[in-house]
Ligand binder design. Sequence first.
Ligand SMILES: Nc1nc2c(ncn2[C@@H]2O[C@H](COP(=O)(O)OP(=O)(O)OP(=O)(O)O)[C@@H](O)[C@H]2O)c(=O)[nH]1
Length: 957
Amino acid sequence: MFNNVEFAKNKAGKLKPQSQSSHQPFLITSLDIIDASPVGRLSVTCTTVSCYNSIAIESPEPELHLIEGSSLRLKYKLSTEERKLHFYKNNNYIAETKNITKEKSGVLNVLTIKSVTPEDKGLYYAAFFNLRSKVTKLTVQAMFTSDFDPIFCIEGDELQLKCSVYADNIGVKWLKNKTEIKENEHISIYWDGCNHLLTFKSAQMNDSGLYSIVAGSVQKQLSVTIQALFKQQLQSKTIMEGLGVIFECEIEKQYPVEWFKDERKVHDSSNITIDAPKERVYRLTILKTTLENKGKYEIKINNVTSGADLDVKEIPDAIKEMSEHDRIMFLKAAKNGTAVRYNIRIILVGKEGVGKTSLLRRLMSEEIEGVKSTDGINIEVKNCKIDLHTKEWIFTKGNKSPLREYPSDQYADCGFWDFAGQKEFYATHQTFLSRNAIYLLVVDVSEDFEMNTFENMIENQYDKNGEYIDFWLDNIHCYTVNNTDESMKSNLLNPPVIIIGTGMDKVEDTGKTKKSFEIYINKLLRQHPKRKHLRKLLFLSNTKPSEYKKEFQTLRNDIFERAKEIPKWGDNLPTRWICLEKEIDRLIDNKEFVISYDMAKGLASKCSFSLEEVNLELDSFLKYEHEIGNLIFFDDIKSYIILEPKWLVDVFKCFVAPFQFQSQFINMPEWSLLQSSGHLSKMLIKKLFTKVQVLNLTEKEALALEKRNEQKTRALQILKEKKAFALEERNEHKTLAMQILKEKKAFALKIMEKFDIIVKPITTANNEEYYMPCMMEATEFNQILETFNVRNNKCSRTSWFGLQFNFLPPAFFNHILVTFLKKYSLSTVREHTLAIYRGIGVFNLETSNCLKLVVCLSENSVAMQVWQFKKGDGICYHENRKYLTQIVGFLCQKYRINIPYQCFLKCPNGTHHDIAERIYLNDVSKTNENYCSEHANHTLDELRRFWFKVCIKNLRK
Ligand SMILES: Nc1nc2c(ncn2[C@@H]2O[C@H](COP(=O)(O)OP(=O)(O)OP(=O)(O)O)[C@@H](O)[C@H]2O)c(=O)[nH]1
């Protein structure tokens, strides 16, 4: 029995002896509670007690001091092998973990902690029931004496990772993603005694992550977060040349900055401002971009760079050549975005019946059965698309989607204009020719192509192929445009011309024909600059093509390649302008060939043209479209816009009728009056208009046209809703439609007037009478001399003064003559008939009618002379001479054609059209002693005194 043994209530609620009076181990197998008082003390009776007098525990040292990371082995020896010890730390049972193992081997009980940490410090012992070992006090020295709090750093700033170890002889390794970090130009590793430092000179975004710091066998982790410096990066921009652009970025914290363009530092200049930062927002502004501003822009802040590209789109050439106001309107529209679009205009020219229409059909993959030479003046327009990447040509056939639905940045718009070859049309062709086109000059090589040059143009003698080639190349050369880099390199001129020799099926020896045609073209063009337009000679047969029609595919490829040489290829336009172009295409698809300005305004609003300035922007748009040949618009006759040249051709062809088609006018006495006097009577105008289909609709057609054209739903709605008033409304509507037709007729006349096809000479009393000199029959010059009795002794003639052009397009003379008609009063013959003839006008220089100025067209020349029916000695007509040269200068500017000329004089009785005796004013070999070889009695001074006040020698200087 044991008395006075104290028990304490252990955690598990069991009673355990607290202290023992004897050191003998004992085992209580049953315990009877005898008396429960006093509180906290129990009187117990032990019924069975077993004692293990022989059991003892041998303990490790009472104190141990370890370094973090080293291992701890506590070895306890139990005097019996049969029993196993349990281990405790700070009175808590120690369970096994990866790091903690317990082993028993015979009497040996070992507790192992593989790698100790400071958390392992405490009091350790082993126990077997209430038998306990001695306590071992473990202390652990931490390897790292610093904390490892997460680090936040801004990109570009210096990033430092620090740690301290407990002793100065301990090495530290820095790792990221299990790879040891080594020193390099951006990273330095440093230690000073116990302190270690890893430094990144400029933190990068990819420096974020979890770092490991290893000392001995201890590894710590450190989280690093790099915050992007730029809250808002620079954005790449595309801008139209002339517009301003701002590069802007926002950063986390304010730093000094530097801007670069293509790696060169950018400084403030008159066109570039670099703003001081506002609320961490940095800005570089280019006030007005030019093509030189294209490039890569970068801002460097604290070693971090944000970059963006600036693409400056070139203003289309056509816009550059327009007024300042139009350029401003264009740029305003471009601010809302631009897009690129590719247009190709192909103009087929050549003599009638050479196969232009057939060739066009072949190019469009159509059959040519039933193609006949066109009756009179005509124009056929066809469109297709070309895939810019695959170069595939897409035509609308069957149910395919309309061409306008192909995206304009991936497909080129290809428009063909096929002119009928009748030469009378040449009076008006300038309206349709464009500087931005590819010309297919079609020649039937089976015909005789020997050349006579186009002598006596006025008398309609263009009969040889060569004359046509020469004529068209001269005309096209007038439209020479600025060249692209590409064409400049190859010393070529735009617009490009491809000569297509058709009719190869009709020749016997194709090789010989090709060869002689090539030799012929070479001879024809010699060194003339017009030859630089020529890109290729292609020979084919429209009627008997090769098996796979390869020649037409070759031509398609050539067209596509040539298109790229034209300056307007890939023009960037405001997106809303492209939208309006598509709206116009839609109208053309619906056969609307002419629309009112109001209707165009409606479409422009639909395409988001600026509301306040819709008229101004629309005008600029229309001028541009006119310039590139997409439509016909005149700033001074705005009421209508011609969307398809066919409409204008229809009008022109009823007035400017080729000779062989004039039989249709046989029943019109007014037509013969026109031919003899040039007078275009009101009755004739009315009759001619009846032949223009679009201006001569039935009431029903007019009504339908009106409904479509103007989209005036008002009338329609009323018709629908108020059937009772239907009749009345219809009548009203009909009147409106007729009114529109009347307006269109007036517009057509104005256009013809604008093109100098018809003119109101100032002579006519009420100034309402039109004349059309180009349709008059030719009159012999001698006959005119007779009519005015010029050979009479009372009349003296001045010398001729004239301009000799390299090439004078017939329409150009028309313009000159009409300009004279607007300034000078025409002489009259037999009081009523105006002295106007085909290519000739006789004007009164003063009210007494004693001085008459005659202006004549001859081959490539304009010449004038004054008939003096009074003593005109000493009068100098230098003002009239200047007027002629001024007109030519003005017309060249107006029609943007470049036709060089030289001035000449000729003796009074000489024939103005004969080149032989002309004395050219820039020919210094001629001296005053030169006599006219035709009459051998006038000196140069005698010839010039009529036209020049200053000495001719001075003039040459
Ligand atoms: N043998 C032959 N006949 C051709 C060739 N090309 C066209 N033709 C025929 O010549 C005639 C006139 O052809 P078009 O294509 O209308 O000629 P065009 O140049 O358009 O004529 P215009 O409209 O009057 O200017 C038609 O009967 C065609 O079949 C060709 O290469 N060989």
